[in-house]
Write a protein that binds this ligand. Structure first.
Ligand SMILES: *[C@@H]1O[C@H](CO)[C@@H](O)[C@H](O)[C@H]1NC(C)=O
Ligand SMILES: *[C@@H]1O[C@H](CO)[C@@H](O)[C@H](O)[C@H]1NC(C)=O
Ligand SMILES: *[C@@H]1O[C@H](CO)[C@@H](O)[C@H](O)[C@H]1NC(C)=O
Ligand SMILES: *[C@@H]1O[C@H](CO)[C@@H](O)[C@H](O)[C@H]1NC(C)=O
Ligand SMILES: *[C@@H]1O[C@H](CO)[C@@H](O)[C@H](O)[C@H]1NC(C)=O
Ligand SMILES: *[C@@H]1O[C@H](CO)[C@@H](O)[C@H](O)[C@H]1NC(C)=O
Ligand SMILES: *[C@@H]1O[C@H](CO)[C@@H](O)[C@H](O)[C@H]1NC(C)=O
Ligand SMILES: CC(=O)N[C@H]1CO[C@H](CO)[C@@H](O)[C@@H]1O
Length: 335
């Protein structure tokens, strides 16, 4: 009786659902998820549509997790009422910006860099994890703003600052989002996307202040730092581009974390395990994260900026080699 009553009342609230084969279980899962994620929908149409997308994602998650061949699992999270296309559009970098960049416009613009790193000749650790050395700040959440590039760069600077000066301080992503802009000579474009390399160039000239002094708002505002003011806290002297081989990335990771550009189109529902779910013949570098190590089996470990509730406490492990394009476009601070 009770169950029937729940079905009836839910159906009465959402008459369009009648035509679909939706179980109480699914509806309860959605209710639980929307209250956990504090979802508020504009109207019933919006709610119905989001619910349909959610059910579709729920189904895919069930299928994936019941396949014993998968090396990673997936789960519900803050993106579970978005389609894959919406996720790519809203959370990742805008495709036109990436296309423009690939044509060479803005790539390492105004670079204050060294030439590419020479093949290094030192013994590589069997595994490395900079978290164990206390060199990685807490996992942040970029929210609904495509500012991954600022988080990746800030993470790199935070770790370098620690390695050099033994102080672990959160730096200001918002300053990067607001100030590393065309008006100041950089092709990055706030919440539409941008490049860690631009941030390093900027920070080498202007410096970057702390998170506390210039906190994050998940939105682009006007820059409050004068670009001619060159004394704003952390400043780096040199940065380099890492060549695109596994050995070069491993070698770089022995020195410090590395800012990596990557394809995150299929990362939305990642839970845990070794991720290998990218379509390797269709890589678009639409995201940036911080590589913080690799394990004994050469799986890469990266720190994401989608909050600690995503993935493995905010982190992800990726299969060896060029998974999701992880070797393609990486930078590191050297001084
Ligand atoms: C798992 O892999 C085996 C061997 O490649 C294959 O025969 C089987 O169909 C796969 N199972 C699923 C559920 O994909
Ligand atoms: C690399 O190091 C080894 C051992 O120290 C040495 O024998 C070799 O000549 C070095 N190679 C280069 C290219 O420097
Ligand atoms: C580390 O501290 C020294 C001395 O205070 C300072 O000159 C240097 O710029 C600092 N390094 C970084 C990376 O902030
Ligand atoms: C930001 O700067 C632009 C151009 O200088 C100005 O037109 C706009 O009003 C400013 N916006 C805010 C919120 O201050
Ligand atoms: C790696 O870089 C070389 C040039 O430095 C380039 O020719 C090659 O296509 C790149 N490979 C990949 C997989 O990006
Ligand atoms: C991967 O990308 C290629 C090239 O765009 C495409 O032809 C193929 O269907 C894609 N594979 C999957 C599984 O989506
Ligand atoms: C990927 O990496 C593993 C381990 O580093 C290596 O054994 C393998 O040959 C690589 N595969 C490809 C396709 O490069
Ligand atoms: C590897 C790399 O990006 N090198 C660049 C360093 O900066 C100069 C200009 O200052 C560029 O010409 C190089 O391409």
């Amino acid at each position: 009786m009770n169950k029937k009553f729940i079905i009836l009342s839910i159906i009465m609230l959402m008459p369009l659902c009648l035509t679909q084969d939706i179980s109480v279980e699914q509806l309860l899962a959605h209710n639980k998820w929307s209250s956990q994620n504090q979802r508020v929908y504009l109207n019933d149409d919006e709610k119905l549509y989001r619910q349909t997308v959610f059910f579709d994602n729920l189904q895919k998650i069930k299928e994936h997790n019941s396949n014993p061949n998968k090396t990673y699992s997936v789960r519900l999270n803050q993106f579970s009422d978005m389609t894959r296309e919406e996720f790519v559009e809203k959370i990742l970098m805008k495709q036109d910006l990436i296309d423009n960049y690939m044509k060479g416009n803005g790539q390492y613009n105004n670079a204050n860099n060294e030439s590419q790193m020479n093949s290094q000749n030192h013994t590589l650790a069997a595994s490395i994890d900079w978290r164990k050395k206390g060199a990685v700040t807490s996992v942040k959440n970029q929210g609904g703003c495509g500012s991954c590039w600022a988080f990746s760069a800030a993470g790199l600077m935070e770790s370098f600052n620690f390695i050099q000066n033994k102080t672990l301080i959160d730096l200001s992503e918002q300053q990067l989002v607001d100030c590393v802009i065309p008006a100041n000579g950089y092709p990055s474009r706030g919440c539409d996307g941008g490049w860690p390399a631009n941030c390093l160039d900027y920070a080498s000239k202007v410096g970057i202040t702390t998170f506390d002094k210039y906190p994050y708002y998940s939105h682009q505002y006007n820059c409050t730092v004068n670009v001619k003011d060159t004394n704003n806290g952390f400043k780096l002297k040199k940065w380099i581009v890492i060549p695109n081989t596994s050995n070069d990335l491993k070698s770089a990771l022995n020195f410090s974390p590395v800012s990596v550009r990557i394809d995150a189109s299929s990362w939305g529902n990642y839970d845990s395990g070794i991720f290998n779910g990218c379509n390797q013949s269709q890589i678009s570098l639409n995201h940036a994260v911080l590589a913080i190590g690799y394990d004994e089996k050469d799986n890469w470990i990266v720190k994401n900026s989608w909050g600690p509730a995503w993935g493995e406490n905010g982190y992800m492990r990726l299969a060896p080699n060029n998974t999701c394009g992880i070797l393609s476009s990486n930078v590191q601070i050297t001084a």
